[in-house]
Design a protein around this ligand. Sequence first.
Ligand SMILES: [Zn+2]
Length: 487
Amino acid sequence: MALYQFDVHAKENSVSGSGRPKETNITLSRGDTLVITVPPTQRWNAGSNLWSNANGLDNSHLHTIRGFTCLAGSLVGSLDNGRTFFFVGTRLELPILLTTGTLSLYYWDTDSDNNSGFVTATVVVTKASSADSKPLSARASLDKLIQGYDRFKNQQPLSNNITLGEIKKHADHQHPFAIILACADSRVPPEIIFDQKIGDLFVIRVAGNVADDASVLGSIQYAIQHLNVKLVLVLGHERCGAIKAALSVGGPEKKGFSGPLGQLLSGIAPLVEPVYRRRDLIRGQEVDANILDQAVRVNIRRQISVIRDALVNLGQESLTLDLWLNRILVVGARYDLDDGKVEFIEAPVPPDPKRSPRLKRLALLTSCGMGIIVAEPGGRRALAVDVNRRENLQNFELVELESDQFALKTVFGNYVNATADGRVIVGNNNISDAVRLRFIKVGDKRVALQFQAQAQDRYFRAPPTGDITSVPEMSTSTFFRIVEVDE
Ligand SMILES: [Zn+2]
């Protein structure tokens, strides 16, 4: 919400004659609410001793100007540079539904010659809140980023002329559609590479595009939870100096760096450690270009995991589900310094859950260290097993059915079902037999699994050994942690 005050002069700001509009520079968009008030006691002289206030009431005859009729002396506004008008009076509350534009205010008179005086219009603009404007989906956000990159690649950018109107449009709110964690390197500016304007990208830049830091993760969390952004892109780049230095810190050179730079680099060094295992490829004291490029890619993937893990560890069920179901995407990209090409490191096109329900494999762990669901080929038994017997820990896919209801599908393609007497079994491979589950958040990182049997809510119970059953009370059910399983 922003408050503005403007003096509208009867002489200077009349619609016709020598008058000009009072340009407020307030740009209004769909969903905004405009409120203009004028104290009724303020008056202006319409000439020949005819006094009027913002309602035009003291001077009660009508003027028609360009096909629009208002009381002479009225305060009127326009959102299209005076092509059409609306009557303001002493108070106007206008939800902006279709017309968008920059607000101008006028004194309604055909002749400004003899006018004098002014009224003070107080303008309050309530911008559409982030909750009201529907955020772009993760997939649409990624598409928009790729389209912007295509413009950059084809040297047809749209973003190189930023008008004052565009700056003002975002003065009171922001609705960025992507979070970009990029290297601080001066040659890798995300707004230019993805051809986006003010208000489009929420950019965090740090040498080596490292996420493992409260200020970086907190910024990402803020943009997801408070700005409703659905896409996070980790943008690394070719010949990254930070990664090269980190390799020399942890590699054969064991080079030392002091101060905060040393801390930054020793934070990156273990992340690219798998690359050292191929030391035979490092020639002499120089970090081989191939090794460096591998490390850049490893680092991008590693930072994606750091971000995903940090978001899951917030223990917020809806956020976790959004990540599992690709409603929130964390992807990576590598920028090529030589030719400006962007290569997406993770699959740039997420699976559509409606068309392709296959999701990353998950395991359910109980607080007593048991893993469920374990099934046999062909189904019929659902067991809880000791998670230490990892070879027996069977993972499953989470399949979204509708409106936060899910089915569990085992690696054998069978769906978890429940019998009328409360036993949990593994049914056949027909999804219509699957028990429809809801995840109920319990405490920080635990969930209960709820389903319907005989028109009654029931909850999973996993005993230390044996068959999994269900209970009618959540308090006696088992609470689970849901973890991702490496394939
Ligand atoms: Zn860099």
